[in-house]
Design a protein around this ligand. Sequence first.
Ligand SMILES: [Zn+2]
Length: 203
Amino acid sequence: MLIQLAENVWKINEDSNCYIIKLNAKQENKIVIIDSCPRICRNKVEGQFKQIADVRDVKIVLFTHFHYDHIGNFDMFPNATFYASKDEIDFFKKDAFGAVLDKKIASDFTELLKENKLQPISKIKKFLADNSIVSFGAPGHTAGSTLFLYKKHKILFTGDTYFGDSYYGRTDLPSSLPGKMPQTLKMLKDIPHNILCGGHDYV
Ligand SMILES: [Zn+2]
């Protein structure tokens, strides 16, 4: 299902959520994607994505974390570089399956490292800041989970850290840091936002 959230911001909801932000409507190639839905939903996601933009124009894909149901369609974007927190990338290098929870997708995703297409968010922090996007480290659900705030519309993208209504992500997975979750949730609630966009529509 394709839903418009604000001017130039859309959500594709297919099991998990893929978010599309067109930073400048006049420049078609200035598009930022947050997460990419599970691979099993590929055809539906691709079909809906085409209504908004050309996958070849996407240069920047941000990941809240590396679970298979969020990175599954990374290979839909042939010209993109992919960004996640350094902690998420470091854990992936140590334990690809533990970071992704799917053998095939973990193995495909490893190719990005070899091609230098998987980079820490710090590499584009300035570009994001110039375009009204801020990232926050949010350890808990995974060690390197990240929240993204699109300040222009005060939209907070939370991945699996928080789904709203006191419903938060599991903290018993291989890279989870359950001890950090309370502090992360407190930080999240202190970030001023009008729209909360979770990784899944569980609420
Ligand atoms: Zn997850």
